[in-house]
Design a protein around this ligand. Structure first.
Ligand SMILES: [Ca+2]
Length: 240
């Protein structure tokens, strides 16, 4: 926080302030402006547990990834950078439509810029609100940003894509090796490990709970989205 102050006098309706360059005298009034920091205290941000969730799926061009933060206190501004491997991933354009603040962060605004040559996506959480109450990322745990990437090249089960979240000052907060899933063809095998079992059902529940992003694998009934009907479909086709 930066405090900018001056002494002087206000006009009658308080709309303008004349600063006095002279010595402070009895009766002078102070103007105090507070300029908030754009970057949250980095020591505080480093105490949170940051991470990613999501997986690439062979045969699908795009992947949705969640940026997650656990056990965070409330914060209203943040300057972050997501570092990705530009040989495997490209942010989907236009950024405005494909990068979204979600869940407890959805009241803020996101300003993003992509430097695809460097594989760096800068993300600023901010607000244009000028009056209280200012929006904030509420204290808690879970996903706060959804990012969509286009997957370049042919995926195999061995393909991974490295992702890193950093503060704007370069401090690394977390790294993630995003796996690639190759659909097994087994009905209800959401995790693509060759069998349909209770862990696939739990994965659908995690998607419905907002913990991990949906994919073509969690869309069991194939209608283009993951919702409660996919859970019911899974119980019908695989939960016998
Ligand atoms: Ca579905």
């Amino acid at each position: 926080m930066t405090v900018i102050s001056a002494f002087g006098t206000w006009n009658g309706d308080g709309s303008s302030f004349t600063q006095f360059p002279d010595a402070i005298l009895p009766g002078d009034r102070w103007r105090i402006e507070i300029e908030p920091d754009a970057v949250p205290d980095s020591a505080q941000a480093k105490q949170y547990t940051w991470g990613f969730s999501g997986a690439m799926v062979a045969g699908t061009d795009n992947v949705e990834v969640y940026l997650t933060v656990q056990n965070s206190s409330a914060f209203s501004l943040a300057d972050l950078a997501v570092v990705y491997d530009p040989a495997v991933l490209q942010p989907v354009a236009p950024l405005d439509a494909n990068l979204k603040l979600i869940s407890r962060a959805s009241q803020l605004e996101l300003v993003s810029a992509d430097d695809s040559a460097a594989g760096t996506l800068s993300l600023r959480l901010t607000t244009s609100a000028t009056a209280r109450p200012f929006p904030e990322v509420k204290a808690g745990s879970g996903a706060i940003i959804s990012l969509k990437f286009r997957v370049i090249g042919t995926l195999t089960a061995e393909t991974t894509a490295g992702l890193e979240i950093r503060l704007a000052d370069g401090t690394s907060l977390a790294q993630y090796q995003m796996p690639a899933k190759v659909p097994s063809g087994v009905v209800g095998d959401v995790r693509a490990d060759g069998k349909a079992d209770i862990f696939d059902l739990l994965e659908i529940l995690q998607v419905l709970g907002g913990g991990i992003p949906a994919s073509s694998l969690s869309d069991v009934n194939g209608d283009g989205r993951t919702d409660i009907f996919d859970l019911l479909e899974w119980l019908k086709v695989a939960g016998k």
